[in-house]
Design a protein around this ligand. Structure first.
Ligand SMILES: [Fe+2]
Length: 229
């Protein structure tokens, strides 16, 4: 018979990395799906040059445009805004104006995947799943403490060098600090997986005119995305 071990001291896991997760439900899910599937039907997709063989495809000008602003995706933007505010509230961070600096659609067909990378030029990066069968390649978030792998205690945590699969389901929205490295597993199924990817910058890091526009907004009442239409 084994008895449960109860330590005499206690351990505080400090400085955890906050990963946000929510899922659009019911009528809101339906209307977001309709909105984003309509966007997908109008976009062209291609592989980025120099990203290596078997990389997933992206909508045109992925990092110089915002497919949500360009296509008036108000329902998707409202859901995202609610999630962003909740993310900040959980962290007890002051809700300052933000801009979705770019948003694009990722298309991952059979045999394709995303190499390890980060979006370190932004504050928050995220994904919303539009068309997945739940088995066509998880997002894998990499341990921010990998740089400490030589330390015996950090290594004992067990996730150094490892990757944690994020849940994969239509309607799920995930957000994480942009400097977290991540990749996606190979899609080994026949389903073409479509997801929305985006980057968010808060006003204090915005360059030039974007910063001025963001400052003009009141995050309490007029969200930046509403002004940008
Ligand atoms: Fe990414």
């Amino acid at each position: 018979m084994t008895t449960e071990w109860k330590p005499e001291g206690n351990i505080q896991p400090l400085w955890a990395t906050p990963i946000y997760q929510n899922i659009a439900k019911d009528e809101e899910f339906d209307i977001i799906q309709e909105e984003l599937l309509s966007v997908i039907s109008r976009l062209k997709f291609g592989e980025a040059k120099g990203w290596g063989p078997n990389s997933h495809s992206l909508s045109e000008k992925p990092f110089d445009s915002n497919c949500l602003y360009d296509n008036d995706c108000t329902n998707t933007l409202k859901f995202m805004h609610r999630c962003i505010m909740e993310y900040l509230r959980y962290l007890d961070a002051t809700p300052v104006p933000y801009i979705i600096s770019n948003a694009w659609i990722t298309k991952t067909t059979k045999g394709k995947f995303a190499y390890s990378h980060s979006h370190g030029f932004s504050d928050i990066s995220g994904v919303y799943y539009i068309n997945t069968n739940g088995e066509d390649g998880n997002l894998m978030l990499e341990n921010v403490h990998d740089a400490f792998a030589g330390n015996y205690i950090y290594n004992a945590i067990g996730r150094i060098g490892g990757r944690v699969p994020a849940p994969l389901c239509n309607g799920i929205l995930l957000m994480w600090p942009s400097n977290i490295r991540h990749q996606t597993q190979e899609n080994t199924t026949d389903n073409d997986r479509f997801s929305l990817s985006f980057n968010i910058n808060f006003n204090n890091f915005l360059p030039g005119n974007l910063a001025n526009e963001a400052w003009d907004c009141n995050v309490e009442g007029k969200d930046f995305y509403e002004k940008s239409f």
